[in-house]
Design a protein around this ligand. Structure first.
Ligand code: SIN
Ligand code: MN
Length: 267
Protein backbone atom coordinates (compact mmCIF):
# COMPACT_ATOMS: atom_id res chain seq x y z
CA UNK A 1 0.00 0.00 0.00
CA UNK A 2 1.27 3.48 -0.59
CA UNK A 3 0.48 7.02 0.42
CA UNK A 4 -0.55 8.85 -2.71
CA UNK A 5 1.19 12.04 -3.71
CA UNK A 6 -0.71 14.92 -2.12
CA UNK A 7 -3.12 16.36 -4.60
CA UNK A 8 -4.03 20.00 -4.54
CA UNK A 9 -7.11 19.37 -2.38
CA UNK A 10 -5.06 17.42 0.13
CA UNK A 11 -2.50 20.17 0.40
CA UNK A 12 -5.19 22.80 0.79
CA UNK A 13 -6.86 20.72 3.50
CA UNK A 14 -3.59 20.26 5.35
CA UNK A 15 -2.94 23.99 5.00
CA UNK A 16 -6.36 24.75 6.46
CA UNK A 17 -6.57 22.15 9.24
CA UNK A 18 -2.92 21.49 10.05
CA UNK A 19 -3.45 17.75 10.15
CA UNK A 20 -4.42 15.02 7.71
CA UNK A 21 -5.28 11.32 7.91
CA UNK A 22 -3.04 9.19 5.70
CA UNK A 23 -3.70 5.74 4.27
CA UNK A 24 -2.28 2.80 6.23
CA UNK A 25 1.31 2.40 5.11
CA UNK A 26 2.43 -0.83 6.73
CA UNK A 27 1.24 -4.39 6.19
CA UNK A 28 0.20 -6.30 9.32
CA UNK A 29 3.45 -8.25 9.15
CA UNK A 30 5.55 -5.09 8.96
CA UNK A 31 3.57 -3.45 11.75
CA UNK A 32 4.28 -6.43 14.00
CA UNK A 33 7.95 -6.36 13.03
CA UNK A 34 8.12 -2.69 13.97
CA UNK A 35 6.27 -3.16 17.26
CA UNK A 36 8.58 -6.05 18.20
CA UNK A 37 11.59 -3.87 17.46
CA UNK A 38 10.23 -0.98 19.53
CA UNK A 39 9.49 -3.35 22.42
CA UNK A 40 13.07 -4.60 22.21
CA UNK A 41 14.55 -1.09 22.22
CA UNK A 42 12.38 0.02 25.12
CA UNK A 43 13.88 -2.76 27.26
CA UNK A 44 17.37 -1.34 26.70
CA UNK A 45 19.05 1.15 28.99
CA UNK A 46 20.49 3.85 26.78
CA UNK A 47 20.31 7.66 26.68
CA UNK A 48 17.67 7.59 23.95
CA UNK A 49 15.24 5.78 26.28
CA UNK A 50 13.42 8.12 28.67
CA UNK A 51 11.29 7.04 31.64
CA UNK A 52 8.25 8.58 33.27
CA UNK A 53 9.20 10.74 36.23
CA UNK A 54 9.77 8.67 39.36
CA UNK A 55 8.85 5.44 37.57
CA UNK A 56 10.47 2.59 35.69
CA UNK A 57 7.83 2.92 32.94
CA UNK A 58 9.35 3.88 29.61
CA UNK A 59 7.90 7.18 28.38
CA UNK A 60 9.68 7.60 25.04
CA UNK A 61 12.42 6.39 22.71
CA UNK A 62 14.38 8.77 20.51
CA UNK A 63 16.49 8.63 17.38
CA UNK A 64 15.94 4.89 16.79
CA UNK A 65 16.47 5.33 13.03
CA UNK A 66 20.13 6.02 13.79
CA UNK A 67 20.84 2.69 15.48
CA UNK A 68 18.12 0.24 14.42
CA UNK A 69 17.86 -1.03 10.86
CA UNK A 70 14.07 -1.53 10.83
CA UNK A 71 13.53 2.05 11.99
CA UNK A 72 16.18 3.23 9.52
CA UNK A 73 14.25 1.59 6.71
CA UNK A 74 10.91 2.92 7.97
CA UNK A 75 11.99 6.56 7.62
CA UNK A 76 13.08 5.85 4.03
CA UNK A 77 9.84 4.22 2.85
CA UNK A 78 9.00 5.88 -0.47
CA UNK A 79 5.40 6.47 0.60
CA UNK A 80 6.53 8.53 3.59
CA UNK A 81 9.44 10.35 1.98
CA UNK A 82 7.38 11.08 -1.14
CA UNK A 83 4.52 12.47 0.92
CA UNK A 84 6.82 14.74 2.93
CA UNK A 85 8.66 15.93 -0.18
CA UNK A 86 5.42 16.77 -1.94
CA UNK A 87 4.01 18.56 1.07
CA UNK A 88 7.16 20.56 1.80
CA UNK A 89 8.09 21.17 -1.81
CA UNK A 90 11.56 19.65 -1.93
CA UNK A 91 13.97 17.08 -0.55
CA UNK A 92 13.76 16.22 3.14
CA UNK A 93 15.75 14.65 5.96
CA UNK A 94 14.77 13.25 9.35
CA UNK A 95 14.77 15.99 11.95
CA UNK A 96 13.35 13.89 14.76
CA UNK A 97 12.26 10.32 15.42
CA UNK A 98 10.46 9.45 18.60
CA UNK A 99 8.16 6.83 20.03
CA UNK A 100 5.81 7.93 22.78
CA UNK A 101 4.89 4.77 24.64
CA UNK A 102 1.98 5.98 26.85
CA UNK A 103 2.04 2.86 28.98
CA UNK A 104 -1.23 1.58 30.44
CA UNK A 105 -1.98 3.36 33.76
CA UNK A 106 1.44 5.07 33.85
CA UNK A 107 1.70 6.99 30.59
CA UNK A 108 1.60 10.66 31.53
CA UNK A 109 0.09 13.58 29.64
CA UNK A 110 1.56 15.93 27.08
CA UNK A 111 0.22 19.40 27.91
CA UNK A 112 -0.95 21.73 25.12
CA UNK A 113 2.10 22.74 23.11
CA UNK A 114 3.49 23.41 19.64
CA UNK A 115 6.51 21.45 18.46
CA UNK A 116 7.82 24.43 16.53
CA UNK A 117 8.25 26.40 19.78
CA UNK A 118 10.89 23.87 20.84
CA UNK A 119 12.53 23.58 17.43
CA UNK A 120 12.68 27.35 16.92
CA UNK A 121 13.79 28.40 20.39
CA UNK A 122 16.06 25.47 21.23
CA UNK A 123 17.46 24.45 17.86
CA UNK A 124 17.16 27.59 15.74
CA UNK A 125 14.81 26.10 13.12
CA UNK A 126 13.91 29.14 11.00
CA UNK A 127 10.45 28.21 9.70
CA UNK A 128 7.88 25.50 10.40
CA UNK A 129 8.70 23.87 7.05
CA UNK A 130 8.59 20.38 8.49
CA UNK A 131 5.89 17.75 8.92
CA UNK A 132 5.20 15.19 11.63
CA UNK A 133 3.93 11.79 10.62
CA UNK A 134 2.48 9.78 13.49
CA UNK A 135 2.02 6.03 13.05
CA UNK A 136 -0.19 4.32 15.63
CA UNK A 137 1.55 1.20 16.93
CA UNK A 138 -1.45 0.34 19.12
CA UNK A 139 -5.17 0.90 18.73
CA UNK A 140 -5.78 4.46 19.88
CA UNK A 141 -9.12 5.05 21.55
CA UNK A 142 -10.84 7.80 23.53
CA UNK A 143 -9.67 6.03 26.67
CA UNK A 144 -5.92 5.55 26.26
CA UNK A 145 -4.76 9.15 25.84
CA UNK A 146 -5.14 9.94 22.13
CA UNK A 147 -3.39 12.84 20.49
CA UNK A 148 -5.72 15.85 20.38
CA UNK A 149 -5.20 18.70 17.95
CA UNK A 150 -6.78 22.13 17.52
CA UNK A 151 -7.33 22.33 13.75
CA UNK A 152 -6.31 25.68 12.28
CA UNK A 153 -4.25 26.72 15.31
CA UNK A 154 -1.07 26.39 13.26
CA UNK A 155 -1.93 29.74 11.66
CA UNK A 156 -1.48 31.77 14.84
CA UNK A 157 2.31 31.76 15.21
CA UNK A 158 3.92 30.66 18.46
CA UNK A 159 1.59 31.08 21.42
CA UNK A 160 3.59 31.63 24.57
CA UNK A 161 3.79 33.39 27.85
CA UNK A 162 6.45 36.03 27.21
CA UNK A 163 7.03 36.45 30.94
CA UNK A 164 8.49 32.93 31.07
CA UNK A 165 11.23 33.60 28.52
CA UNK A 166 13.91 34.06 31.18
CA UNK A 167 12.86 30.93 33.06
CA UNK A 168 13.50 28.30 30.41
CA UNK A 169 15.95 25.69 31.63
CA UNK A 170 17.32 24.77 28.19
CA UNK A 171 17.59 21.25 29.57
CA UNK A 172 16.39 18.73 26.98
CA UNK A 173 14.86 16.53 29.68
CA UNK A 174 12.25 19.28 30.07
CA UNK A 175 11.37 18.86 26.39
CA UNK A 176 10.37 15.22 26.69
CA UNK A 177 8.74 15.01 30.12
CA UNK A 178 5.17 15.58 31.28
CA UNK A 179 6.40 18.86 32.85
CA UNK A 180 6.96 20.39 29.49
CA UNK A 181 8.72 23.65 28.61
CA UNK A 182 7.12 25.90 26.00
CA UNK A 183 3.54 25.01 26.72
CA UNK A 184 0.65 27.03 25.34
CA UNK A 185 -0.85 29.01 28.26
CA UNK A 186 -4.14 27.47 29.47
CA UNK A 187 -6.24 30.56 28.75
CA UNK A 188 -4.99 30.67 25.14
CA UNK A 189 -5.50 26.91 24.65
CA UNK A 190 -9.06 27.25 26.05
CA UNK A 191 -9.81 30.14 23.72
CA UNK A 192 -8.42 28.32 20.69
CA UNK A 193 -10.31 25.16 21.60
CA UNK A 194 -13.63 26.95 21.91
CA UNK A 195 -13.10 28.94 18.71
CA UNK A 196 -11.72 26.13 16.55
CA UNK A 197 -12.75 22.89 18.27
CA UNK A 198 -10.62 19.93 19.26
CA UNK A 199 -10.09 16.83 17.14
CA UNK A 200 -9.16 13.55 18.83
CA UNK A 201 -6.99 11.40 16.60
CA UNK A 202 -8.17 7.86 17.26
CA UNK A 203 -7.85 4.79 15.05
CA UNK A 204 -6.67 1.23 14.82
CA UNK A 205 -3.02 0.19 14.98
CA UNK A 206 -1.36 1.08 11.69
CA UNK A 207 -3.30 4.33 11.24
CA UNK A 208 -1.10 7.22 10.16
CA UNK A 209 -1.70 10.96 10.41
CA UNK A 210 0.33 14.00 9.43
CA UNK A 211 0.36 17.16 11.53
CA UNK A 212 1.95 20.59 11.30
CA UNK A 213 4.82 21.70 13.57
CA UNK A 214 2.81 24.71 14.75
CA UNK A 215 -0.51 23.00 15.44
CA UNK A 216 -1.50 23.17 19.11
CA UNK A 217 -1.78 19.62 20.43
CA UNK A 218 -1.84 17.61 23.64
CA UNK A 219 -2.78 14.26 25.08
CA UNK A 220 -4.03 13.19 28.49
CA UNK A 221 -2.77 10.63 31.01
CA UNK A 222 -3.40 7.04 30.03
CA UNK A 223 -5.62 5.76 32.83
CA UNK A 224 -6.76 2.74 30.83
CA UNK A 225 -5.56 -0.87 30.73
CA UNK A 226 -4.27 -0.48 27.16
CA UNK A 227 -0.94 0.97 26.06
CA UNK A 228 -1.09 3.78 23.47
CA UNK A 229 2.14 3.77 21.53
CA UNK A 230 2.72 6.41 18.81
CA UNK A 231 5.74 6.52 16.54
CA UNK A 232 6.48 10.01 15.24
CA UNK A 233 8.78 10.92 12.38
CA UNK A 234 9.51 14.57 11.65
CA UNK A 235 10.71 15.31 8.14
CA UNK A 236 12.30 18.71 7.63
CA UNK A 237 12.87 20.51 4.33
CA UNK A 238 16.60 20.42 3.54
CA UNK A 239 16.98 24.21 3.32
CA UNK A 240 15.33 24.58 6.74
CA UNK A 241 17.98 22.65 8.70
CA UNK A 242 19.15 24.66 11.72
CA UNK A 243 22.75 25.83 11.43
CA UNK A 244 24.07 24.97 14.89
CA UNK A 245 21.80 22.70 16.90
CA UNK A 246 23.14 21.86 20.34
CA UNK A 247 20.61 19.41 21.75
CA UNK A 248 21.57 15.73 21.54
CA UNK A 249 21.65 14.23 18.04
CA UNK A 250 18.95 11.76 19.09
CA UNK A 251 16.58 14.74 19.44
CA UNK A 252 17.77 16.85 16.51
CA UNK A 253 19.00 14.97 13.45
CA UNK A 254 22.41 16.16 12.28
CA UNK A 255 22.44 14.43 8.89
CA UNK A 256 20.64 16.95 6.71
CA UNK A 257 21.51 15.37 3.38
CA UNK A 258 18.46 14.44 1.26
CA UNK A 259 16.92 11.09 2.21
CA UNK A 260 17.25 8.44 -0.44
CA UNK A 261 13.99 6.44 -0.51
CA UNK A 262 14.09 2.65 -0.08
CA UNK A 263 13.28 0.44 -3.06
CA UNK A 264 9.77 -0.38 -1.86
CA UNK A 265 7.30 0.27 0.95
CA UNK A 266 8.04 -2.81 3.01
CA UNK A 267 10.16 -3.20 6.10
C1 SIN B 1 1.70 12.24 22.40
O1 SIN B 1 2.41 11.25 22.22
O2 SIN B 1 0.55 12.13 22.80
C2 SIN B 1 2.24 13.61 22.11
C3 SIN B 1 2.86 13.64 20.79
C4 SIN B 1 3.51 14.94 20.49
O3 SIN B 1 3.45 15.87 21.26
O4 SIN B 1 4.09 15.08 19.41
MN1 MN C 1 4.40 17.53 20.21
Amino acid sequence: MSVSVPLLGTKVRYGRDGWLPLPHILSDTDLKKLVDRIDGISAQRRPEVVHEEGSSAVRALHGCHDFDEVCARLVRLPALVGFAEQLLGGPVYVYQFKVNMKQAHEGAAWPWHQDFAFWHHEDGMAAPDAVNIAIFLDDVTDENGPLEVIPGSQHGGIFEDGTRAEQHSHDWHDHVSAKLEYTVPDDIADELASALGVKRLTGSAGTAVAFHPSIVHSSSNNLSDERRCLLLITYNRIGNAPAHPTRPAFLVGRDSTPLVPADDNSL
